[in-house]
Design a protein. Structure first.
Length: 233
């Protein structure tokens, strides 16, 4: 839970004194909305991870506090989430919306959710700071395993999409197969290829980076068709 605590603290620090600022990567939000959303996510998954919440259909989050208490509320929930999850066996069964139903999914999801929203908050403060590279590579893996595979593959050509990290290990070749996705962590000649840092590849998938900010080859319409299936999250 080191990454969750680290990146949560970075978001709280960046948000202090800037709660009314717009968040360019989440156009309908202010920084207060970003902090409130992330804090609510912490509390929801804390309840699920602890076993307190087994049926999310009946879950009703409490309203977030006023802005003068928002960052304190956020940091309290952040620590509660990290402290709860770090004590649990990753293989312990728990409800999740994915096909992986254990605490390990929640631990990973919290680190990844926090990393991307910390980037949002830093960017709102004029600080374009990358996601830590190893965490970003794991984020690409998580995105392709749990978010991309929930979407239809219609329109993606057989050659698919290739992602190539330029700052360390990381290659992903995404192709349609048997009505779903096949993701191989190897080099391949896709219909479109994208090269960038591990952070930039993750931010591209989450619609924080545009393709024009990375190095691309091939049919960019294929990339846009693929990305258009996903929200900013």
């Amino acid at each position: 839970m080191y990454a969750l605590r680290r990146d949560g603290a970075r978001l709280a620090e960046a948000a202090a004194g800037h709660l009314a600022a717009p968040v360019p990567s989440c156009p309908e939000w202010t920084v207060a909305d970003l902090v409130g959303h992330t804090g609510a996510v912490h509390r929801f998954w804390t309840a699920v991870g602890s076993g307190e919440l087994t049926d999310p259909s009946g879950y009703a989050p409490l309203p977030r506090p006023a802005e003068d208490g928002l960052i304190e509320w956020f940091t309290e929930g952040l620590e509660l989430c990290a402290a709860t999850l770090e004590t649990l066996d990753p293989e312990l069964p728990r409800w999740t919306w994915s096909d992986r139903k254990d605490v390990g999914f929640i631990q990973r999801r919290m680190a990844q959710e926090q990393a991307v929203h910390t980037w949002d908050g830093l960017a709102a403060a004029g600080r374009d700071e990358p996601v830590e590279p190893a965490l970003a590579a794991d984020g690409v893996d998580e995105f392709l395993a749990h978010f991309a595979r929930a979407k239809e593959t219609a329109g993606l050509p057989e050659a698919g999409l290739h992602l190539h990290a330029t700052d360390g290990p990381g290659e992903w070749w995404i192709r349609p197969a048997d009505g779903g996705w096949r993701v191989d962590r190897e080099h391949g000649k896709g219909a479109v290829a994208v090269r960038g840092t591990r952070s930039d590849l993750l931010l591209l998938l989450w619609r924080r980076r545009g393709a024009d900010q990375l190095e691309t080859f091939g049919d960019l319409a294929v990339l846009e068709d693929f990305l258009s299936a996903f929200s900013r999250g």
